[in-house]
Design a protein around this ligand. Sequence first.
Ligand SMILES: [Zn+2]
Length: 345
Amino acid sequence: MQPPLNIGIIRDERFLKHQTGLSHPEAPQRLAVVHRMLDYDFAASFSERSAEPATLEQVEALHTPDYLRMVIATARRRFTNLAADTTASSDSCFTAFLAAGACIRGAREALSGDFQAGLALVRPPGHHAQPAKAEGFCILNNLGITALELLRQGLKRILIVDWDLHHGNGLQKVFYDSPEVLYFSSHHLHSYPHTGDWEEAGEGAGEGYTVNICLPPGADDNDVVELYRQLLPPVVERYQPQIILVAAGFDGHRDDPLSNLSMSAAGFGALGQLLADLGPRGCGAPLLLALEGGYDPTDLAECLRRILMAWQGDSTILDKASSERGAEWAERVRMVHRRYGVWVD
Ligand SMILES: [Zn+2]
């Protein structure tokens, strides 16, 4: 049994107002089911706070003025397509600012010691959003905006772990030449957006500070947890992040409608436990998970429940997992990164 962490949740009914259309997988129901899970399974166990919108200045640090004008204009229409896969209703612009602001608030409160591990239960998601365009259901790049705000406030080393099924192409692009944000992503290469190959490791001063792991179809809990258990401890030990942000997508769950991985809620619980052991219980860096994908609401809620259980001290999750495939992929990542000497020699 690990010591329980002080947990903070950022939860706000206004995130349900972002409407995406009748058959869109990124639907308000996702969060409604998560809220119900919190109320039934963890009644009043955590300190909950509402969100506040990011300021225009904070959002402009990442997104271009022309793009933001386009986003703001969506508030005047019932429905707008910002990209082929990304729709906006009249409330979506405000909700997107609220999602970025929720992550900033969560990071700020985690850093000030209000909690050790937090969940920002936001939508729309953010990790695909580019400086000048929406894509992949993402309007504003929530964690990118948060990291830029933290750098503006003086932080020097931010670790972003992205375990969504899809590569966070927006996050990678923004920080590709920066050593101040280490971006670590595992994803399925042959899914949208088809970026994040093994060799993509950063450029200029950022060389070695982008870590990409391409998972094959069918990668399961043991594979992914083995991989993370081999790679993340040296990353955290050498980089000494001041905060760990997680682009927490759960669309790698085997029953997710978009999935081609074979993970279960237990695997995501184990990842949440590993990060808690390395961050708040290890080097002392606070941990903030921001919701990205995950399109089966029941599975999404179960994944988050397992993570919260791990943070409360349940250490029974996948305790004895190991995987030869996971170890092979970890070695492939080390081979790419030895030449940079950032976290492995
Ligand atoms: Zn995804």
